[in-house]
Design a protein. Structure first.
Length: 132
């Protein structure tokens, strides 16, 4: 009986081994098919990658244009600052001249007031001297 069991186990081992070999081949074939499908899936992604490279180039061009625009704007503001400074300097000069004119006018007015006060006091003194 033990010989029969050993013989039967030997047959099952061969049977299991053959089935496992067959199963392994089918799994390998399945993975080969999966690999082929992944290659097919990878092709469109490669196209997308190439398109993104073009997009990256476009972004670099846009960045360069923005840099140029920034330089132009900075140069324009620099010129504007210079012109504003020049205009303010001219305005300051005109205010200084106007201030000098007002100083002169104030001086004349003050001198005229002093002369008038002296004249009025002199007249009062004269009139008081005549009555006395």
């Amino acid at each position: 009986m033990e010989a029969a069991i050993a013989e039967r186990e030997a047959e099952m081992t061969e049977w299991n081994g053959d089935r496992l070999d067959e199963f392994r081949e089918r799994v390998d074939d399945g993975f080969a098919n999966v690999d082929k499908r992944f290659e097919q899936v990878d092709k469109p992604f490669e196209q997308v990658d190439r398109q993104f490279e073009k997009v990256d180039e476009k972004f670099q061009q846009v960045d360069q244009r923005f840099d140029q625009l920034d330089r132009k704007i900075d140069a324009g503001f620099s010129r504007l600052d210079t012109k504003i400074d020049e205009a303010l300097s001219r305005i300051d000069g005109k205010f200084l001249a106007l201030n000098n004119r007002f100083d002169g006018f104030y001086r004349v007015l003050f001198q005229g007031t002093v002369a008038l006060v002296v004249g009025v006091l002199g007249l009062l003194g004269f009139l008081i001297g005549i009555k006395a």
